[in-house]
Design a protein around this ligand. Structure first.
Ligand SMILES: *[C@@H]1O[C@H](CO)[C@@H](O)[C@H](O)[C@H]1NC(C)=O
Ligand SMILES: *[C@@H]1O[C@H](CO)[C@@H](O)[C@H](O)[C@H]1NC(C)=O
Ligand SMILES: *[C@@H]1O[C@H](CO)[C@@H](O)[C@H](O)[C@H]1NC(C)=O
Ligand SMILES: *[C@@H]1O[C@H](CO)[C@@H](O)[C@H](O)[C@H]1NC(C)=O
Ligand SMILES: *[C@@H]1O[C@H](CO)[C@@H](O)[C@H](O)[C@H]1NC(C)=O
Length: 612
């Protein structure tokens, strides 16, 4: 009897589920999820909000517990995490335990938040609190604060939406109403199964609202017990293994680069173009060849055990998944053969082999500034800090990811190499991508770090190229928080000089035959009137020959000119620069594809569009 009633109900709700779009009466246009409280509902209850771990600020239990003002342990318990330090997956959905209170007409869970730079009610509601509230409620709840006059450090109460189940619901076995923010890819069945809730209950408790229209809005998921959230796992065994894969591919890259180097050397040898050794060969002598063979072997062994456990370093830097590893001094000395000259890449930077992986180690006397900055940043276009070590003499060693292709100046100004005759010139696409990479790195420092950071010493020797010629900004010894916009504009100027150098293949800050500073020539070229393109073609790096689009070169030259404008306020921001460069690289690669594509290939490109 009971079971037949159940199946009847099921049929009914399946009907609703699949036919809902066709029944105009059911989901009324203004139906909404109800967060109100009435006389028959409890004044308060313990319940849960669902929250996604998101980079950069909320990637671990600690930062999420600080945001909501609840204990780490309670979050770990609610999510069946083995410890408070357990690594979270990117976008992992968590249940956050909160207390839900009725103010007489609505339920809220108040969270106090301290305003940071550039925050607004709206911004914090949609970012930090992931739309668990909306800014109008925040305004209501904070009548003494003027929304557009918030100051850093102001304490704002964010009323997060929640609801307590009333007696009728509890009698039906519903223990919690979990607040969940509807996501673009969601549908009722996927969300219900994620929370192990019944789709029918979900529909009822949200007043049969139109879930398509609930996008990015909080809804309530009624559950009879706390679910262990089942979620898609982007990295099957956690971010650690993703990192391992990353390191592994870097090693494979190194090996491939090594064989390419060998081939390259052989060609050079056969043609007897060089009397002396090649730059790359100089750095890969016989004994290192043995190292690399060994390295390949250990890399395979290492896949099964991860020894380096990140340790806590300085207070307040626990925010990142990849904390620097503390290395014993002995490890560094062994890895660089006691800082042997043979391992020196340049200055006080050494090539080091640690646990079979190649790194760059830099020796410092005073490391605090660089370390402070590097621990705060994390971006693919900024060189990554892997570890740190100190010795008894007060020296500090920072271990960085290794850049197989050294620094940009070695490629742009090959005459600065001690014993080389030639390195392959960078292609136009490589130059463009390097410019975009550097711009992205700077953009991150200027716009996405809090407070903004200025690099202060951007130049070709501080730009490293990895095996795929991806550019990474390094050397943060002069970097510091941007206390005024003038400092940011100085970085933009330096970036302009860099563009100039990428275009011309000459050092921008040196004087030419006429005694004027080289970078200023770009003005002359751009101001020649009708023959700009001809003038530019004469002026551009000869090693590019004619393999570049003149239109693209003109855009880059103009960008270099505005970045180096005398009046610093006339220079563009890194946001504008990134936008322009992205546009330029995209249109260039499309153009390349078009000109290289086989006729059949391009036909295939077009046909789906034609077909419709
Ligand atoms: C919590 O996770 C462990 C494994 O990590 C599992 O064995 C256990 O059943 C889980 N507990 C609950 C209540 O799901
Ligand atoms: C916290 O929420 C309650 C509703 O339960 C509300 O009445 C109260 O004003 C809020 N507290 C503050 C400080 O705004
Ligand atoms: C409860 O909060 C709502 C929304 O801020 C507000 O409109 C309402 O007046 C409050 N009720 C009471 C009794 O304070
Ligand atoms: C919150 O909603 C806005 C649109 O209203 C959306 O752009 C934003 O991505 C949402 N935030 C989150 C964290 O889902
Ligand atoms: C639900 O909302 C979406 C977007 O707001 C709308 O396009 C759609 O027609 C609505 N569906 C129903 C059944 O009202």
């Amino acid at each position: 009897m009971v079971s037949s009633l159940h199946s009847l109900l099921l049929v009914f709700f399946l009907f609703i589920l699949f036919c809902a779009p066709y029944i105009s009466a059911q989901p009324t246009a203004d139906a909404d999820t109800d967060f109100s409280c009435s006389s028959d509902s409890p004044d308060s209850c313990e319940t849960y909000l669902s929250f996604r771990a998101r980079s950069p600020d909320y990637v671990n239990v600690g930062s999420i517990s600080d945001l909501f003002g609840v204990s780490r342990l309670s979050i770990a318990k609610a999510n069946n995490l083995s410890s408070e330090d357990e690594l979270l997956k990117p976008n992992q959905l968590l249940l956050v335990p909160i207390e839900c209170n009725c103010n007489g007409s609505r339920y809220f869970s108040n969270v106090t938040y301290q305003i940071k730079k550039d925050d607004s009610f709206y911004f914090v509601s949609i970012t930090a609190f992931e739309n668990l509230t909306n800014f109008l409620l925040v305004q209501d709840m904070n009548p003494t604060l003027v929304p557009n006059k918030l100051e850093i450090g102001d304490e704002v109460v964010f009323p997060l939406l929640c609801r307590c189940p009333n007696k009728a619901l509890r009698d039906r076995g519903i223990k919690y109403l979990i607040t969940y923010v509807w996501q673009p890819a969601d549908d009722i069945s996927s969300v219900s199964s994620m929370f192990k809730a019944s789709p029918a209950d979900v529909l009822v408790e949200n007043n049969y609202r139109n879930f398509t229209a609930a996008l990015c809005l909080p809804v309530l998921i009624p559950v009879s017990e706390l679910p262990e959230l089942v979620q898609a796992d982007p990295f099957p065994s956690g971010p650690r293994s993703a990192r391992q894969r990353h390191i592994l591919s870097a090693i494979v890259g190194t090996i491939v680069a090594f064989f390419i180097c060998m081939l390259f050397s052989l060609v050079v040898y056969i043609h007897r173009l060089c009397r002396k050794k090649m730059m790359l060969e100089r750095n890969l002598s016989n004994s290192e060849y043995v190292d690399i063979i060994k390295m390949k072997k250990t890399a395979i062994d290492e896949k099964f055990e991860l020894k380096a456990i990140p340790e806590k370093l300085l207070p307040g830097v626990s925010g990142y998944l990849d904390k620097p590893i503390i290395y014993d001094e002995k490890v560094i000395m062994e890895a660089t053969k006691n800082l042997s000259d043979r391992y020196r890449i340049g200055g006080s930077v050494y090539r080091a082999l640690i646990n079979g992986k190649v790194f760059a180690v830099k020796k410092f006397h005073d490391v605090t500034e660089e370390l402070k900055i590097l621990q705060r940043v994390n971006h693919a276009n900024l060189v990554k800090l892997i570890g740190i070590s100190t010795d008894n003499a007060g020296n500090c060693f920072l271990v960085y990811e290794y850049a197989e292709n050294y620094s940009l100046d070695k490629w742009l100004f090959p005459e600065s190499l001690s014993s080389s005759c030639s390195v392959a010139p960078l292609t136009w696409t490589q130059r463009l991508n390097i410019a975009l990479d550097v711009a992205n790195g700077l953009h991150y420092m200027h716009e996405h770090s809090r407070p903004s950071i200025v690099h202060g010493d951007l130049q070709t020797s501080n730009i490293l190229l990895n095996s795929k010629f991806k550019a990474k900004i390094c050397n943060f010894s002069t970097a510091r928080p941007a206390t005024c916009s003038l400092l940011l504009e100085a970085d933009v100027f330096a970036f302009g000089i860099l563009l100039f150098e990428l275009l011309s293949g000459r050092k921008g800050m040196e004087a030419n035959e006429k005694g004027e500073i080289v970078w200023k020539e770009i003005r002359g070229v751009l101001e020649t009137g009708k023959d700009i393109e001809e003038g530019l073609a004469l002026w551009i790096d000869k090693s590019l020959e004619s393999f570049y689009p003149i239109g693209g070169a003109l855009i880059l030259a103009n960008l270099a000119a505005v970045c180096t404008a005398e009046k610093s306020s006339a220079r563009p921001s890194m946001t504008e620069i990134v936008f322009n460069l992205s546009f330029l690289t995209q249109s260039t690669s499309e153009m390349d594809e078009r000109s290289w594509a086989e006729p059949e290939e391009s036909l295939r490109h077009v046909s789906p569009v034609v077909g419709r």
